[in-house]
Design a protein around this ligand. Sequence first.
Ligand SMILES: [Zn+2]
Length: 279
Amino acid sequence: MKDFYVPDGVEVKTAFERTTHLAVGAHQDDLEIFAYHGIAECYESQDAWFGGVTVTNGAGSARTGKYADFTDEEMQAKRVEEQREAAKIGKYSFQAQLAYPSSDLKSAEKSEAAISELEAYFRQCKADTVYLHNPADKHDTHISLLTCCVAALRRLPEDCRPKRVYGCEVWRDLDWLSDSSKVMLPVDKYPELAEKLIEVFDSQVAGGKDYVAATIGRRNANATYFDSHSIDQSTAYTVAIDMMPLLENPELSMDAFVGELIEAFKKDACDRLTRYQKA
Ligand SMILES: [Zn+2]
């Protein structure tokens, strides 16, 4: 079931129009993992607002521990409730949950409804900054949603297009990118909020997956391991891919786009080995 929530109760139109940072993720908890940069930029800001769009219904989630007796429907309802709670804690402008089965996003025909709906969100919000899954993610649902998002963004008239589109880390980090291809998004603001926003997804964490430690740890590792010589500017980063080339060149295929990034990585790793090769 679709769900729409405005934590401070303003009119829907206002909630869309004030949104400056918009994130579109597949599952409940994805936004808090990959778009914390946007959430923190808007938290306690007067003129910046974060909008969240969660696209799938969260079906098929593992049900273990205290959730072992839940039906799949009860678990979906629990996840919707947790996502609402995150929006409240993070003071989002709005949180939409579109409830598509992930199979719809993977299908060429059935994904059209999601693409049109996403296009409407992009048009109504006209956010300057957009956060998406990254195109080298290894989760099929994340990738199928990302292809829907790029299709929707490519339909926008010039004046509705975001200025920045970031592909961010969830299932596969982006440490492998060449440093020159990395967009480093500082995420060290409000560390307690960062933790709380992942802890709130109890149905995901309680099953034995420590997403809190993993997510916060990855952000810290990104800061420490980014450059061996310089002192850390920020103590935590999300690494992102600049996705704007896909909007600027509608002919550019997503696999060619990622292929180029992988080639750059291959060259960097292989060149270093060649340089120090021994007889
Ligand atoms: Zn996900």
